[in-house]
Design a protein around this ligand. Structure first.
Ligand SMILES: NC(=O)c1ccc[n+]([C@@H]2O[C@H](COP(=O)([O-])OP(=O)(O)OC[C@H]3O[C@@H](n4cnc5c(N)ncnc54)[C@H](O)[C@@H]3O)[C@@H](O)[C@H]2O)c1
Length: 287
């Protein structure tokens, strides 16, 4: 995909200071989007913003230091984005605390669940699951009013969600995966979509430490997130919601239908035929 297909759009990307978030920021900026970069540290964000402006042009990046679990700050970054760029069309919830907060080489040797520090478990759940919920709640009223919007939640591979030794990392991502399904359902008919995008395996960011022993070149490179995240933000994806996409399987050389089939599936576990047995009186809980 080439050209400034996202001209006139504004994206707020959390975790944009480094790693996959920064790669997506550069990818969207190169297609003409304005980018509000959210992360914890101002100096990390300033360095990332310089690279985003190299990709997208002078003035396309806004630095917004914020903790995604801070309710007041969430409202402020939304306001600051809209007052600086005039709109807010896309939210990418990428910020997260990774498995490395529990184990250096997450090959199963990390702590058993009862050995994990309770405060750390709760903090990771809060950042990875509540953070996206908070940010999405802050942007959605604006998106619904304008009748167009995108929420892209970065979760993880389904089997990473129960990888041993990683504390709350997997459970927090399972929560966000399920919440994306709820978001897509609640947003039906509004013009706002909610989807999941994941790299598809261990990616070359600080989340995968040197201690894993995996050669960096064998890891999925962050740039794979660019093409599918750009596509999800185009009008071509207006009817795509409640889906999860594996970036490493997204092949720009394939026709769109083949790309979607190869890299896409419904969010969460909708495709698994395992539904609760409900009395007839409450047979349908879908809105
Ligand atoms: N790297 C992988 O192998 C991999 C695989 C699957 C999914 N993911 C997911 O991809 C996303 C990006 O991860 P990454 O690999 O680029 O890791 P990363 O650590 O390089 O980036 C995560 C960013 O989130 C920021 N962050 C953490 N807590 C925050 C908070 N409270 N408020 C604001 N920002 C905060 C960090 O400062 C960091 O810049 C995460 O959601 C991660 O779970 C990564």
């Amino acid at each position: 995909m080439t050209g400034r297909t996202l001209e006139g759009r504004t994206a707020l990307i959390t975790g944009a200071g480094r790693g996959l978030g920064k790669a997506m920021a550069e990818g969207l900026a190169a297609r003409g989007a304005k980018i509000a970069l959210v992360d914890l540290e101002r100096d990390v964000l300033a360095a990332a913003a310089a690279d985003v402006e190299t990709a997208g042009g002078q003035g396309c990046a806004l630095v917004l230091p914020a903790d995604v679990t801070d309710t007041q700050r969430a409202a402020e970054v939304v306001e600051e984005t809209i007052s600086s760029f005039g709109s807010l069309d896309i939210l990418i919830n990428d910020a997260a605390m990774g498995p490395q907060f529990f184990t250096e080489d997450f090959t199963g040797d990390g702590p058993r669940f009862w050995e994990v520090d309770n405060d750390l478990w709760l903090r990771v759940l809060t950042v990875n699951a509540f953070g996206p919920q908070l940010m999405a709640s802050a942007v959605v009223p604006h998106m619904v009013d304008q009748g167009w919007g995108r929420i892209i939640n970065v979760t993880t591979s389904l089997d990473t969600m129960f990888l041993p030794g990683c504390g709350a990392y997997g459970p927090s991502k399972a929560s966000l995966e399920a919440n994306t399904h709820i978001m897509a359902n609640d947003l039906g008919g509004t013009g706002v979509t909610a989807n999941v995008l994941i790299p598809g395996g261990p990616a070359n960011t600080r989340m995968i430490t040197e201690a894993t022993g995996i050669p960096r070149e064998d890891l999925i490179q962050p740039e794979v997130m660019q093409a599918p995240s750009v596509w999800l933000c185009t009008d071509e994806a207006n009817d795509t919601s409640g889906m999860r996409f594996i970036a490493a399987l997204w092949d720009e050389n394939q026709p769109l239908a083949k790309r979607l089939e190869q890299a896409g599936a419904p969010t969460a576990w909708a495709q698994i035929p395992s539904k609760a047995i409900r009395p007839d009186s409450v047979a349908s809980l879908d809105r």
